[in-house]
Design a protein around this ligand. Structure first.
Ligand SMILES: C[S@@+](CC[C@H](N)C(=O)[O-])C[C@H]1O[C@@H](n2cnc3c(N)ncnc32)[C@H](O)[C@@H]1O
Length: 360
């Protein structure tokens, strides 16, 4: 099956080639909504998923994404969820991924729910209307307490999805950054009984420091602008970094030394965008296009690649196990989830064909 469009404007992607969307390719297919520069896509790709389409509405992120992936990305307003759902339904992915904007929920924002918060129920509506069997939605932990998520959850549960709300910290998955995020995994095949179990296997006992992630560097401390001056701004490279955000300001003259600063030196620099991208788990070969301000934003927005990869690996294994293991079964990393990928395809297709989502 070849899925594509007839013209190549920014609105309509170039036609997909035979080799791009081939029924011979055994990987589980996924569509990435709110794809940004591609952190979530890259993590799922690395875990053996085949991303077939991405959507975002911010041109700098779209161009950056396009520079790194072969599959099409479309510029679409995902608030217009009905038309997107119809297109996703035609693509028939097994999984929808997505990180709807978090500004309305984030601790950094005002936390009053506005138009951006409505993109969370829009994500849910696209999943439901397109009758996609599985989804993974990433956001800040505060999203779980929002009215927008309550609406999305009610609609998803009504449509027959079982939900797993996973509160994760990227530093537990060998990512050199402390970043707390929630991943809501949904399944219209019922609970994925081995998901948390497989996710535990992806955890690492060892934390990775900034120095280990960046390799040869000629500084021992760096500045990360704090949200409030009650918090420190100077960090050692021998610990994981704090959460990277959408700006990378230099140390202002008004910054007053904090007792927890790792160094009292007044001449501490902030990290550059290449270094911040490495701490988000993008490989050194990842291409970056756009202005420094745009790059700061898209890098700070991204899901750490290693965290997305861990969730993706656990999901891939549990999709496969979902069709053949009893609830509550404890599995080892070497168990069924690591079976040949053709079996994974069979499992995903079995679910896709056997499960009837209670959608409209
Ligand atoms: C948190 S970022 C996603 C990061 C991405 N998952 C990654 O790992 O790189 C949210 C994205 O939503 C996009 N966005 C915001 N409003 C949108 C809308 N109405 N329609 C489509 N995309 C939108 C932004 O441009 C941004 O790239």
């Amino acid at each position: 099956m070849v899925v594509g469009y007839s013209s190549a404007t920014m609105e309509e992607p170039v036609p997909a080639s035979e080799s791009e969307i081939s029924i011979e390719d055994p990987r589980i297919t996924a569509v990435d909504l709110f794809s940004g520069c591609g952190g979530m896509s890259l993590g799922f790709n690395n875990a053996g998923f085949r991303i077939i389409r991405a959507f975002d509405n911010w041109i700098p992120a779209i161009e950056n994404y396009r520079a790194n992936f072969d599959h099409p990305i479309e510029k679409r307003d995902l608030g217009d969820w009905k038309s997107v759902a119809a297109d996703v339904k035609r693509l028939a992915p097994t999984v929808i991924l997505g990180g709807p904007p978090c500004q309305d929920f984030s601790l950094a924002g005002s936390r009053s729910e506005g138009a951006k918060a409505l993109l969370t129920p829009a994500f849910a509506n696209i999943v439901i209307d397109s009758e996609t069997p599985f989804f993974v939605m990433e956001n800040v932990p505060a999203a779980l307490r929002s009215q927008a998520y309550a609406t999305a959850k009610e609609n998803l549960v009504d449509a027959g999805y079982a939900l797993h709300e996973l509160r994760l910290n990227s530093v537990d998955f060998a990512v050199p950054q402390k970043r707390r995020r929630v991943f809501v995994v949904g399944s219209c095949a019922g609970q994925l009984h081995t998901l948390e179990n497989f996710l535990d296997h992806e955890k690492s006992d060892q934390q990775v420091s900034v120095r280990e992630a960046l390799g040869k560097i000629e500084f021992d401390h760096y500045y990360r602008h704090p949200r409030s001056y009650s918090r420190r701004g100077v960090f050692s490279v021998d610990e994981p970094s704090p959460t990277l955000r959408g700006t990378s300001r230099p140390r202002p003259a008004t910054y007053k030394a904090h007792p927890d600063d790792s160094s009292a030196d007044a001449d501490i620099q902030s990290l550059n965008e290449s270094q911040r991208a490495l701490l988000q788990g993008f490989p050194a070969t990842y291409k970056w296009t756009g202005t420094k301000t745009d790059l700061s934003q898209m890098i700070g927005n991204a899901v750490p690649v290693g965290l997305a990869q861990a969730v993706a690996t656990a999901l891939r294994k549990s999709i496969m196990d979902g069709v053949r293991l009893e609830p509550g079964t404890v599995v080892k990393p070497s168990d069924a989830g690591d079976a040949p990928i053709t079996s994974v395809r069979t499992a995903a297709q079995t679910i896709r064909h056997d499960v009837i989502c209670r959608t409209r």
